[in-house]
Design a protein around this ligand. Structure first.
Ligand code: 5AD
Ligand code: SF4
Length: 433
């Protein structure tokens, strides 16, 4: 039977889709490139913001006719929306055959069989304290970057965030199995690995913390680049900075989610750090890793955010000078503490206005920071053709800067030296050295 699997959301979801591919391939399912060819269709979904969730409803609407006519025999929802809206989905969308949360993927073959043989709907959303899928080798798509989920779940309960409810409690995968998988990945030709976790700082297994794990990675022969995402500012280990500084394989890029700049809002968000804590951490990071690139996530218009609160966010953004930032409008998420405790009282147009102002500030900063790279030479790992011009390559520097250049004799996966000749907000342009 042919399966079509569509993935929404973060890198963890991409990784989970690779797990699902591996699990179903073992049971002789074949994967195809479009929903038109498939008898089984799964959407692996994201619930982190309302917009992401709306996309899923629209997509289900698109697929409705094919399910009704029987061309699609099994239509299922996986991932965070499945977990978060399990009841509503099963009741309001009778066309759905399967709803399975992030800890239930090993049960998918059985669920599909039951639905096909007995009809009815198959639901599975128990969250596990132990499931790390460390016994499944993900079906990776050949390319330059491979992911490894080193921990799953989150115990932080930031009040705006649905993730602790969709992905359950934190659990870490053994360092031994992570390193063994990294060796296998490198032997398959991937030069770069990204370690994934909702909060990598919480990694803890067999007496090793995240800094210990990062220190083990460069021992994997042939592994040229290691990245990770995301740490939480509250428990960022200073030792990790020294480990990063000591090993050229560990890329000097940190995605450090700020979320908000005002102490009042940070407290309401349960982020457990202050504006000053964040600024002090950034100063310490730059002291140990002077060239580090810093990126962030920010939410505008969280419950009770006044103009004065927002001014603190602008101030942090200006003071830190992030290389880039993902800026989001707050949306209420089901189950969260904020949904229960605080009214969503910032008018939509005010939220939108703040997102626009912050984006404009960040665009200027990004451009300035990129322009400062002109004249410097960086090692770039070629990922593939540039979007704008098929005759040029796109790749990342170790500092996570997208770089476009021409190099007719090179190919994806090659490491090249590129001299930066021009810079925009999002990309550097360069010439092969
Ligand atoms: N509204 C808006 N943005 C959110 N994020 C998480 N929850 C919400 C929400 N309810 C953002 C945070 C997080 C990123 C992945 O998504 O900035 O870091
Ligand atoms: Fe959500 Fe906070 Fe956990 Fe990140 S650390 S996944 S924002 S609860």
């Amino acid at each position: 039977m042919k399966v079509f699997l569509e993935t929404y959301g973060c890198q963890m979801n991409e990784y989970d889709s690779e797990l699902v591919r591996a699990i179903l391939s073992k049971h002789n399912y074949e994967f195809c490139a479009t929903a038109d060819e498939a008898e089984v269709v799964f959407l692996n979904t994201c619930a982190v913001r309302e917009g992401a969730q709306q996309k899923i409803y629209h997509r289900l609407n698109d697929l409705k006719n094919r399910r009704q006519s029987g061309k699609i025999r099994v239509l299922g929802i996986l991932g965070c929306v499945a977990q978060s809206l399990r009841k509503e989905l099963s009741e309001t969308i009778p066309l759905l055959d399967i709803v399975a949360g992030p800890d239930s993927y090993k049960k998918l073959p059985e669920l599909i069989n039951t639905v096909l043989q007995q009809g009815g709907q198959g639901f599975e959303f128990s969250l596990s304290e132990y499931e790390t899928y460390d016994d499944i080798v993900p079906a990776r798509v050949a390319g330059v970057n491979a992911w490894i989920a080193i921990m799953r779940g989150c115990n932080n309960f930031c009040t705006f965030c649905v993730v602790p409810y969709t992905r359950g409690r934190e659990r870490s995968r053994s360092p031994h199995s992570i390193v063994a998988e990294a060796r296998k990945i490198v032997s398959e030709g991937f030069p770069q690995i990204t370690l994934l976790g909702q909060n990598v700082n919480s990694y803890q297994c067999d007496g090793k913390d995240f800094a210990d794990l990062m220190e083990m990675m460069p021992d994997v022969a042939g592994l040229r680049r290691v990245r990770f995402t995301s740490p939480h500012p509250k428990d960022f280990s200073r030792r990790l900075l020294h480990v990063m500084a000591a090993h050229p394989e560990l890329c000097k890029h940190i995605h450090l989610p700020l979320q908000a700049g005002s102490d009042h809002i940070l407290e309401r968000m349960n982020r457990t750090y202050t504006k000053q804590d964040f600024l002090t951490l950034v100063a310490e990071i730059r002291q140990v890793l002077p060239q580090v690139s810093l990126t962030t996530d920010i939410i505008c218009g969280f419950c009770g955010e006044s103009e004065e609160d927002f001014a603190h966010t602008l101030d942090v953004v200006e003071k830190v000078g992030f290389d880039s930032a993902f800026i989001f409008k707050y949306s209420v998420r089901p189950h969260t503490i904020a949904a229960r405790k605080y009214p969503d009282d910032v008018p939509d147009e005010v939220k939108t206005g703040r997102v626009m102002r912050l984006n404009e500030l960040q665009r200027n900063i990004s451009r300035q920071r990129n322009e400062a790279e002109i004249g410097k030479t960086f090692e770039v790992l070629i990922e593939g053709p540039s979007k704008k011009s098929p005759h040029e390559w796109y790749g990342l520097t170790e500092y996570n800067k997208g770089t476009v250049f021409s190099a007719p004799d090179k190919k994806p996966g090659d490491f090249v030296q590129v001299n930066v000749t021009a810079a925009g907000t999002h990309t550097l342009l360069g010439r092969l050295v």
